[in-house]
Design a protein around this ligand. Structure first.
Ligand code: AMP
Length: 507
């Protein structure tokens, strides 16, 4: 590998801060923080968290529920510096979505955006979490700016450092346990295929609580002592403006983002001359999108593949080397990826044959929190079974073909139809509900919900949509709700999703 891995990302930030103290580390709106101050603020808030939680902080979990900002980057590193396990959560989640996750994570403390205060205090009271820190204009994590505090407390690399929630096939989120070392090792593994250059300017548009943005934005930036430009809320025009104004060199996006930007009126006039490379991950990048983007901007896209359970990166198209359109690239160093038969998962298939992707390496999860059975299914004989279906070509490039599990990816976010079905079924007028994903040019996949009503019950699609919007974050709300007399069933009376998908796709 080009760079040996750091034991933890906190070591990585401390070394970066000592090497380039005056360089701009974070930028958001009109605000910015140098590496010296980044480290000082992380050290300062880590100290506060340690006092708040007490001497057992390194054995605890601390949740962070915040939208992208300088404070969020500081909070994420500060939790790591205490030695605690970070639980990053989506600030757009409703109380209905957050409560079971927080209850499973059992955090000692929750750090959150002050805008969420009312909802979070209620949830915290219900699950018995007493320590809360609201971040906002009255409490900024940039307060240690200029204090010169040194980042001199480091976690034990082999302790759990990250608890990242990802949707389960049951519709309930599962917490993925990763050690501090696994996270830091994956940064170096990724850098071997995509070597970042000293002082890159990186734009983070996707939310930092997700494994993709954390790896390809937050940690990538401190690894190369670059500047991370943060955008609190996605709007295509702001992204285009920032790429030009901030002279962005690395842009990490998802297929939906690339499509959205290309569809914006300002796209053609945007100055992309600073861009050296773009990354795509999270879902399959259509070859046509890749071609159109590269032709219009003059900047290549390297597509990669991974999952939260894999810490998260497994493969990437190399920065210096052959990039293959439609492929997710070659396997990272220190990582083995095999294709095995879908039925037993034990027969390794030859080049060109399609089967389930399994992987092993130092970045793989330790297991799911509180879920021994699901852990035993995902981790078998030292291999992580990804649930994805793919094949290698003769040059060692992986192609992802499909997903084994019943999961949709809407605009880069994983959605489990079952979760939405369960919410719909809780509606007093609904008898039965089925949700399927159909191909969608813009979002990759879009959800269509089919429901039957109880006898004499009155409800229309708009009121059902409102019901879902109150309970689910935006990307999980179906694009379409159809009230029907009957949902297709198989001969044994189960909902026939294959038939339903065909109906939905034909609309
Ligand atoms: P997450 O755990 O949220 O990162 O989601 C991981 C899943 O996203 C993987 O198991 C794949 O199904 C899918 N995925 C990620 N990257 C790609 C890609 N480049 N092409 C196709 N599917 C992908």
């Amino acid at each position: 590998m080009t760079t040996p891995p750091f034991p933890t990302v906190v070591h990585m930030l401390a070394v970066g801060a000592a090497a380039a103290p005056d360089r701009e580390a974070l930028r958001c709106g009109g605000e910015s923080l140098s590496y010296r101050d980044y480290a000082a603020c992380v050290a300062g808030f880590a100290g506060e968290l340690t006092v708040a939680v007490g001497p057992d902080v390194a054995q605890s979990r601390i949740a962070v529920v915040m939208a992208n900002s300088i404070d969020t980057a500081v909070a994420i590193y500060a939790v790591a510096a205490t030695g605690a396990q970070l639980v990053p959560l989506n600030p757009a989640y409703t109380a209905h979505e957050l409560e079971p996750i927080l209850s499973d994570a059992d955090p000692a403390l929750i750090v959150f955006d002050v805008a969420l205060e009312g909802m979070l205090r209620e949830v915290a009271a219900r699950i018995g979490v007493e320590r809360l820190i609201a971040i906002g204009p009255d409490k900024r994590l940039t307060a240690w700016h200029g204090s010169g505090r040194a980042l001199d407390s480091f976690p034990d690399p082999d302790n759990l450092g990250l608890l990242q929630y990802t949707g389960g096939t049951t519709g309930r989120s599962k917490g993925v346990n990763l050690t501090h070392r696994a996270v830091a090792t994956n940064v170096a593994q990724r850098d071997a295929l995509l070597p970042s250059e000293d002082g890159e300017r990186i734009l983070a548009v996707t939310p930092l609580y997700h494994s993709y943005a954390m790896a390809m934005g937050l940690h990538l930036a401190s690894h190369c002592r670059g500047t991370l430009v943060l955008l609190p809320r996605y709007h295509p025009k702001d992204v285009l403006d920032l790429i030009a104004r901030e002279r962005i060199t690395l842009f990490s996006g998802s297929p939906t983002l690339f499509t959205g930007l290309m569809g914006h009126a300002d796209f053609a006039a945007t100055d992309f001359s600073s861009l050296k490379l773009c990354f795509s991950g999270a879902s399959a990048l259509p070859v046509e999108t890749l071609r159109r983007w590269e032709e219009a901007t003059g900047c290549g896209i390297c597509e990669g593949y991974g999952q939260t359970e894999a810490g998260p990166v497994l493969t990437y198209n190399p920065r210096h080397g052959v990039r293959k359109a439609g492929s997710v690239g070659t396997v990272l160093p220190w990582t083995e990826v095999q294709i095995v038969d879908v039925e037993t998962g034990t027969k390794v298939l030859p080049v060109g044959e399609t089967g389930e992707v399994r992987a092993r390496g130092p970045q793989i999860m330790s297991g799911y929190r509180n879920r021994p059975e699901e852990t035993a299914t995902a981790l078998r004989d030292g291999w992580l079974y990804t649930g994805d279906i793919g094949a290698f070509d003769e040059d060692g490039y992986l192609f992802i073909r499909d997903r084994k599990k019943d999961m949709a990816i809407v605009g880069g976010f994983n959605v489990y139809p079952r979760e939405i079905e369960e919410v719909l079924c809780a509606h007093p007028a609904i008898a039965e509900a089925a949700v399927v994903a159909v191909a969608d040019l813009y979002r990759g996949e879009a959800l269509h919900a089919y429901v039957t009503l109880k006898d004499n019950a009155g409800a229309d699609a708009d009121s059902l949509l409102d019901f879902l919007k109150e309970r689910l974050t935006k990307y999980k709300v179906p694009a379409r709700i159809v009230i029907t007399d009957a949902i297709p069933k198989t001969s044994v009376g189960k909902i026939d999703k294959v038939a339903l998908r065909a109906v939905a796709q034909a609309k």
